[in-house]
Structure formats: C-alpha cells, structure tokens
Design a protein around this ligand. Structure first.
Ligand SMILES: NC(=O)c1ccc[n+]([C@@H]2O[C@H](COP(=O)([O-])OP(=O)(O)OC[C@H]3O[C@@H](n4cnc5c(N)ncnc54)[C@H](O)[C@@H]3O)[C@@H](O)[C@H]2O)c1
Length: 319
C-alpha cells in the first residue's frame, strides 16, 4: 500500500489514538486533530518522537486546512453518555459543523473519508439484532438526542457528499467498544465496573441488569474499521461484537477477572436507556471478511493493567 497522509479528527481520544497507532503501523503519515474536549494528550504521548506523526490542537467546528490529505477519518465527538450530557451543544456542533468542515477538507483534496457513526443511530431498537437497513427508533428530544441526532445528521451529510460531490465517503456504525485508554470516569459500563471492582466498591447496575449490550475489544474494532476504510464498500457497515451479554453477566465477568469481592447494587434505569443492542454483522463478515476474535473475558484481562493504572492515578489526583 502507498504511504498516505491521513488525518484523524478526535485523534487524542480512545478510538482515535488506537487508530493513529494502527495507521502508523501500516506505514502512513498521520495528523491527529483534536481540541482535547474529552481526549487526552497522554493517549498520544508515545507517538511524540515519531516523525510521521503530528498533533494539532484545533476545534474542528472551525474550518481547517493543514495541507493535502489523502484520507480523513472523522472521529471527533464526545462519545460517552456522561460526556455528551455535559457537552450537549458541543456534541451537536461537532456532529454538524465539525462533520461539514471535515467533509469539505476531504472534498478539497479529493481525499477518501470515513465517518465514525454509531449504533446509537438505531436508538432503542424495535428490531433485534440490528441490521444496517433498520432506520432506528430515536427520541429526537430526549436526553440522548444531542448525540443520536448529531450522528444521524453526520450520516446524512456524509451520504450527501457522496451523492452530490462524488466523494469516496464511508459510514461505519460502531457498537460499544472497550479497552485501554478509555476514560475511567466516562460512565460507560466497562470502565465503571472496572473502577468499582478495583476499589472494592459496589458495582452499580441500572434497572434489573437484564438489558443487554455487546462489547467489542478495541483491536477488533480498529481491524474492522480499517478493513472498511480500504474496501470499496460505502457502508453503512456495523462494526461490533455480536455476542450479547446482560449487564449483570458483564458485572460478573469483571468481578471474576479482577478477583474483587465487591457486591452488586441496583439503581433506577435512566431515561431512554436502550433495552438491547446487538449488531448483525453479516455485512462486515461477507463484504470485509471481518469478525471479532477477542472474547469479553480475554479483553477484560488485556485491559486490566491499564484500568489498575487509571484507578491508581485517580487516587493520586484526589489525594
Ligand atoms: N467508543 C465507542 O464504543 C464508540 C461507539 C460508537 C461510536 N463511537 C464514535 O467513535 C468516535 C470516538 O469515540 P471515543 O470513544 O474514542 O471517544 P473519545 O471521547 O475518547 O474521543 C473523541 C475525541 O474527539 C475530540 N473532540 C470532541 N469534539 C471535538 C472538536 N469539536 N474538535 C476536535 N476534537 C474534538 C475529543 O477531545 C476526543 O479526543 C466518536 O465519534 C464516537 O461517536 C465510539
């Protein structure tokens, strides 16, 4: 493969930083653009001395052009419910203005484009598992709408640039992904349970814990995203792990992996919390030859050292 100049918006975030690593490993030159709203310099610190990598602190809601690019991966956006609730307006802005600016950049240089969309486009789904053909069941004015509708708008904008400007633009619908570099306090299931288990606190389960989620380990997710990126397939393509767990089962796995004696505490279910979520990955399997390889227990084990470090760092900053 030729060496490309690739821009990753949101490159200092959890997924964006792993994507930068993978693209550099493939031999490309990578520019990460990030305003550090929910990302951290620490996620890309290890790339500081790599001459093929550069980091630009910039809010993509403001137009940007740092020279020719061959590919734009648009990953900038708060992603966890805690983050997008706190930054609701910024989330709507980055999904609309930010996505437009990223698309315009790709159009200017006739670059390829991949949009990091989400399973949240399906909302609280009435079809299970979710296929890419499903249009979703989203509350446009509920507490999650700042994220869900921003992403649905991003999808519409991406498809419009494809349709009206012949941009080689793709849509990936990412399902719950976990692994090292997730923020310990971002409220998502895995970091939450890991933090509570490692501190010996009760694990908080909302509702009866029978709602289901699928969990994809980060290396699998990045592999799927790159296969889509280099394919001719425009998407949308679901990239996620189809193995479904109840939240309670996930809590039990975290307790087993950490060896924690924590108890489970039940709390009321938040508004619009999806009851079940599982990707149908037939499209990714058949068109990209992709499927996840890391099971939940192995992924949790591979993440354990990172979460131990993050919990220890939290204790130091609080001391
Ligand atoms: N992690 C998941 O399970 C998951 C699931 C579905 C979709 N996604 C999507 O993948 C992308 C990355 O998610 P993540 O989990 O890595 O989240 P993250 O919060 O760790 O990363 C997002 C990054 O975007 C940056 N950002 C936000 N607004 C910006 C702006 N206006 N300008 C420049 N940078 C900005 C943040 O600072 C952060 O570094 C997001 O678009 C998210 O919607 C993630």
């Amino acid at each position: 493969m030729n060496t490309l100049r690739i821009m990753v918006t949101g490159g200092a975030g959890f997924l964006g930083s792993h994507l930068c690593d993978a693209l550099l490993a493939e031999g490309h030159a990578v520019t990460a653009v990030d305003n550090l709203l929910t990302g951290r310099r620490g996620n890309i610190e290890h790339l500081r001395n790599d001459s093929r990598f550069e980091f630009l602190e910039h809010d993509i809601c403001q137009p940007f052009d740092y020279g020719r690019v061959d590919y734009v991966f648009n990953f900038a956006s708060p992603a966890s419910p805690v983050d997008y609730s706190e930054h609701g307006i910024e989330t709507l802005q980055v999904g609309s203005l930010g996505t437009f600016n990223a698309l315009e950049l790709a159009r200017k240089y006739e670059a390829r484009f991949l949009m990091a969309s989400t399973s949240e486009c399906y909302g609280d789904p009435e079809e299970h598992p979710q296929k890419e053909t499903y249009w979703g069941h989203v509350n446009p004015i509920g507490p999650r709408s700042v994220y869900d509708e921003a992403k649905r708008f991003s999808e519409a904008a991406t498809v419009a640039y494809r349709r009206y400007h012949q941009l080689d633009a793709k849509l990936a619908r990412i399902f719950n992904t976990y692994g090292p570099r997730m923020q310990i306090n971002d409220g998502r299931v895995v970091p939450n349970f890991m933090k509570q288990a490692l501190r010996g606190e009760d694990l908080t389960v909302y509702g009866d814990g029978k709602q289901t989620r699928s969990f994809c380990y980060v290396t699998d997710e990045i592999d799927g995203l790159l296969r889509l990126a280099w394919s001719k397939e425009p998407g949308p393509v679901n990239i996620g792990n189809p193995r479904e767990f109840t939240i309670l089962e996930c809590a039990q796995k975290v307790l087993a992996v950490t060896g924690s004696k924590s108890q489970i505490r039940y709390e009321p279910l938040p508004a619009d919390d999806p009851k079940q979520r599982r990707p149908d990955i037939t499209k990714a399997r058949t068109l990209l030859g992709w499927e996840p390889r890391v099971d939940l227990e192995s992924g949790l084990k591979m993440s354990l050292d990172y979460f131990r470090g993050a919990v220890a760092a939290l204790a130091t900053t609080r001391a």
